[in-house]
Design a protein around this ligand. Structure first.
Ligand code: PEP
Ligand code: MN
Length: 341
């Protein structure tokens, strides 16, 4: 339920309305916009009498029941784009959303110091603004490389120190949060999109930006409900990520669903980035899909880059070399002015 507040209603009247809603077990979320102030009602609104609210005409301009089960992430509650900021040492914050565009690049997994530092320097020189690298790796096989864990995060911190690039790394378990102090964006991977304990943990115990990836079989509604968990637990800094979904097609690792970019912009105020690496699984397909994602209006990209793809411990086939990444970035800069929105 959304309540549009009268322009001439002062803060006292608004506060009275908020306490009236709270008395009925509903959490009001006030959003003050340039044009109007609206109150989103979170919780069980079935017992709220719309007629009663409309009768409070000194404060209520109109009342609208909405169908979607997600509220905090809903564009209807928050008409302005959310801009997620990532602090940068010695500079202004990096911004996702609201017309800002960032490129996150780096290896699938952190392997050794020389590898991650070399890649970090190369992607920075090519124009990437954040460094990615997995330390806690969700692998299909228990016999596959599982990541360097805390040591991997330590190596990422060295690369951050050397380049100044903020770092993005995947967290898989709520108990790992203590190791992520120096990580700037917490990634929640496709396999954990519905790990509700993890979503609640990064919502309640962190205000760091969270990059939330869509599950292989996650619907748009399920993705938004997962984001809702994080916002409802107290962390508004969520960046959504399309990384391909599983379909009947086997020629590519997943099927990229670029429709979600404009659709999610309509449904939600949160920024959305695209991961063409996991979406395709094929390095040569990454540049054209990155261009397409940019033009369709994505707020950023997350791309896997490795200095020696044939010997990568994870996802070599989809990793660009630094040279290929540099070429791709030239193309991205060329098409950016034509991005939709
Ligand atoms: C990754 O980014 O390395 C990763 C495992 O991604 P996803 O969760 O999208 O498979
Ligand atoms: Mn990967």
């Amino acid at each position: 339920m959304i309540i549009v507040i009268r322009k001439d209603a002062g803060p006292e009247k608004l506060a009275k309305l908020e306490s009236w809603l709270k008395d009925r077990g509903v959490t009001p979320r006030v959003s003050v916009g340039e044009q109007r102030t609206i109150v989103g009602c979170i919780g069980d609104v079935s017992r709220i009498d719309e007629g009663m609210l409309s009768a409070m005409s000194d404060v209520v301009a109109s009342v609208k029941r909405i169908q979607e089960p997600y509220k905090a992430v809903n564009r209807q509650f928050h008409s302005m784009d959310t801009i997620v900021e990532v602090p940068v040492k010695g500079g202004g914050p990096l911004k996702f959303g609201g017309g800002n565009f960032q490129v996150i690049a780096g290896p699938c997994s952190v392997e050794i110091e020389e590898q991650v530092v070399e890649i970090a320097k190369a992607v920075k020189a090519a124009g990437a603004t954040l460094l990615r690298g997995g330390a806690f790796k969700p692998r299909t096989s228990p016999y596959a490389f599982q990541g360097l864990r805390e040591e991997g995060l330590r190596l990422l911190s060295i690369a951050k120190e050397e380049t100044g690039l903020p770092i993005v790394s995947e967290i898989m378990d709520p108990r790992e949060l203590e190791f992520f102090d120096d990580v700037d964006i917490l990634q929640i991977g496709a396999r954990n999109m519905q790990n509700y304990e993890l979503l609640k943990e990064v919502g309640a115990h962190s205000t760091k930006p969270v990059l939330l990836k869509r599950a292989f079989s996650g619907t748009i509604k399920e993705l938004l409900m997962s984001a809702e968990y994080i916002l409802a637990s107290g962390n508004p800094n969520v960046i959504l990520c399309e990384r391909g979904i599983r379909t009947y097609e086997t020629a590519t690792r997943n099927t990229i669903d670029l429709t979600v970019v404009p659709l999610l912009h309509r449904k939600s105020h949160l920024p959305i980035v695209v991961d063409p690496s996991h979406a395709t699984g094929v390095a040569s397909l990454v540049p054209p899909l990155s261009m397409a994602a940019t033009v369709i209006g994505a707020d950023g990209l997350i791309v896997e880059v490795h200095n020696d793809p044939p010997h990568a411990r994870c996802d070599g086939a989809q990793s660009l070399t630094p040279e290929n990444f540099g070429e791709m970035m030239k193309g991205i800069r060329n098409v950016r002015p034509f991005a939709c929105r």
